[in-house]
Design a protein around this ligand. Structure first.
Ligand SMILES: [Fe+2]
Length: 279
């Protein structure tokens, strides 16, 4: 049986990927951030998952405004790296797992989640930055990756509660797959941040801490945070945090917090990171 053994929450700020690609990790601005991810990289190397389910959002690279799927599951053999305007990141191509992804589609649609099947897709920093943070700079990524792109760019994004319920359905789908696989699921984006308008640069440390605390202790409460509350309390782009609730829903009731890291700022965002092991 395949099993989701852990969940990872992490920001996916593009500047982090650029710092990796341009050899800036040793610069004073970036040292504290990358130091904070060192224990997480070790955890990942020790855990050595077979498959990663990467919940992230596309930033108008794979999907333009002609088609905006709410939940899009990548079913391809591989996913090329998107050129986001300054050339594709020099990171390995992402190898998918079409058989498992197709199984997940079937299970999720029969469980009444209207997934979009994506057979060809490029992946942007939303997916590749977390890969770099947790896996470093290998020649090839050490596991297969199933991308789950969530629309948090164009109003209306799915609610936190809908995401949490989708996570629960993903857990069921994975456990129905008859192959011994260690699966780690990522929820990416966030934490508090706003990149435009008069409130640009907004960070709310109290909100972020309460969110990190709630992931282990009270995810049901987090799942009831409304879109307006994210916007008001944590900035326009904090809605990305609903993707962490997909991750949390996929872990089952009890989890053990294995690691946490919080750092302000990276670019203009609050960077949060948590590792939750399924009990
Ligand atoms: Fe993002």
């Amino acid at each position: 049986m395949a099993k989701i053994i852990a969940g990872i929450g992490t920001s996916h700020t593009p500047a982090i990927g650029a710092a990796v690609d341009n050899g800036k990790m040793g610069e004073p601005y970036w040292v504290p951030l990358f130091k904070g991810y060192e224990p997480a990289k070790k955890w990942m190397a020790d855990t050595n998952p077979d498959v990663v389910i990467m919940v992230y959002n596309d930033h108008v690279n794979a999907f333009d405004f002609k088609i905006i799927p709410t939940f899009a599951l990548g079913c391809a053999d591989e996913f090329k790296i998107a050129d986001e305007g300054w050339g594709a990141r020099p990171v390995p191509v992402v190898k998918g797992y079409p058989e498992l992804a197709s199984h997940m589609i079937q299970s999720l649609v029969l469980d009444e989640f209207d997934m979009t099947i994506v057979n060809e897709m490029q992946v942007d920093h939303g997916l590749t930055t977390p890969m770099s943070l947790l896996f470093g700079q290998p020649k090839a990524w050490p596991c297969r990756v199933i991308p789950l792109a969530v629309n948090v760019i164009q109003y209306p994004a799915p609610t936190g509660h809908r995401c949490y319920m989708l996570g629960k359905a993903i857990k069921k789908a994975v456990e129905d797959w008859d192959e011994d696989l260690k699966v780690v699921i990522f929820g990416t984006g966030g934490m508090s941040h706003q990149i435009q308008g008069p409130r640009a640069g907004l960070v709310n440390k109290e909100f972020d801490k309460a969110f990190l605390d709630g992931l282990s202790g009270d995810p049901e409460r987090l799942s009831r945070i409304s879109p307006l509350e994210y916007l008001r309390d944590a900035g326009a782009e904090a809605i990305e945090l609903v993707m962490w609730l997909i991750m949390r829903g996929a872990l089952g009731e009890n989890v053990k917090e294995a690691y946490r890291f919080y750092h302000v700022p990276a670019s203009s965002t609050a960077v949060g990171h948590i590792i939750l092991e399924s009990a």
